[in-house]
Design a protein. Structure first.
Length: 305
């Protein structure tokens, strides 16, 4: 086992014991519970022993782990302390832990505007939590917000295509406009309240009579939109994430924007209180909230809300 894998596995193990569940550890790390479980199993396979006992009350250390737990706890506390000391040396760097699709499709197209206002600010973005807490976490959040949470915007799902496929669709009879077009299915929205998928959308709006459930499944939104851009298929996607591509003419809306559905969960930000004492982070928070409000207003206007 290489050192990086070793450290990630130990980090997942220590967090799972401290938090009491794989799910809670996954939320801290910004990965899925299955990924946390796999990291722990990799370590168990390497050592040849069981490290966790799973019961109704949650996770607790197995006998083979009990003696090592104080050292793990101290070790990661020291890593956090070291990260905190180093953080003092990066006053103009902001570490963001975020959903990778949101970061690539919504945040990154806007960062040049922020850098123009604050040219000395550097961003470090990741989708998994390293040792040391990020300055802010942003995700499509189905859990209750809490007092420190900031709702940025709630996205609006609707069909998206390339301009060429929109032209082809509009040339067909209304009843059959989706017949024969490949459909992409985005698993990123699978567990999000309010999300609609092709079978739901076609049942509500028509345009196709056969096999709305068929098509390629994508775990990520950004690669699916690349396929849409290349005229390969259509996808149901959040308008906020597709909007930059629509503005550049790479993407198009083949049907009225009112034929969509609101997600039942927002993109939500949480900033560390310690980080907000640093002026660059506080300024970024204020800018991010303002940009989120602009996006929400745009979505409501397009959806006719």
């Amino acid at each position: 086992m290489d050192h990086a894998t070793h450290l990630r596995s130990l980090q997942a193990l220590e967090l799972a014991v401290r938090a009491g569940s794989l799910k809670a550890a996954a939320e801290r790390l910004g990965v899925t519970p299955a990924a946390v479980g796999q990291r722990i199993r990799t370590l168990e396979d390497y050592l040849g022993v069981d490290l966790l006992v799973r019961g109704r009350s949650g996770i607790r250390p197995a006998p083979a782990l009990k003696q090592a737990m104080p050292h793990l706890k101290t070790g990661f506390a020291e890593l956090d302390a070291a990260a905190g000391i180093l953080e003092l040396q990066r006053l103009s760097e902001i570490h963001i832990l975020a959903d990778p699709d949101w970061a690539a499709l919504w945040l990154e197209p806007r960062l040049d505007a922020f850098r123009a206002l604050r040219p000395n600010t550097e961003f470090r973005m990741s989708s998994e939590a390293p040792p040391g807490a990020p300055d802010c976490e942003i995700r499509l959040d189905v859990e209750p917000g809490g007092k420190d949470a900031i709702d940025l915007f709630t996205d609006y799902l609707l069909p998206v295509s390339s301009p060429e496929n929109t032209r082809r669709i509009n040339a067909l009879d209304a009843a059959d406009r989706l017949e024969g077009f490949p459909l992409l299915h985005l698993d990123a929205y699978r567990n999000v309240p309010g999300a609609i998928f092709w079978p739901d959308w076609i049942a509500a709006h028509g345009y196709r009579k056969t096999a709305p459930e068929r098509g390629i499944r994508y775990a990520r939104i950004a690669p699916a939109l690349e396929a849409v851009r290349s005229d390969a298929a259509l996808a149901i996607c959040g308008l906020a994430l597709a909007a930059p591509g629509i503005e550049t003419g790479d993407l198009s809306l083949p049907f009225p924007a009112t034929a969509g559905a609101w997600l039942g969960a927002p993109y939500r930000a949480r900033f560390r209180r310690e980080s907000l004492r640093r002026p660059p982070v506080a300024r970024f928070r204020d800018w991010l909230v303002a940009e989120g409000r602009k996006t929400q207003a745009m979505l409501e206007e397009k959806a006719g809300a």
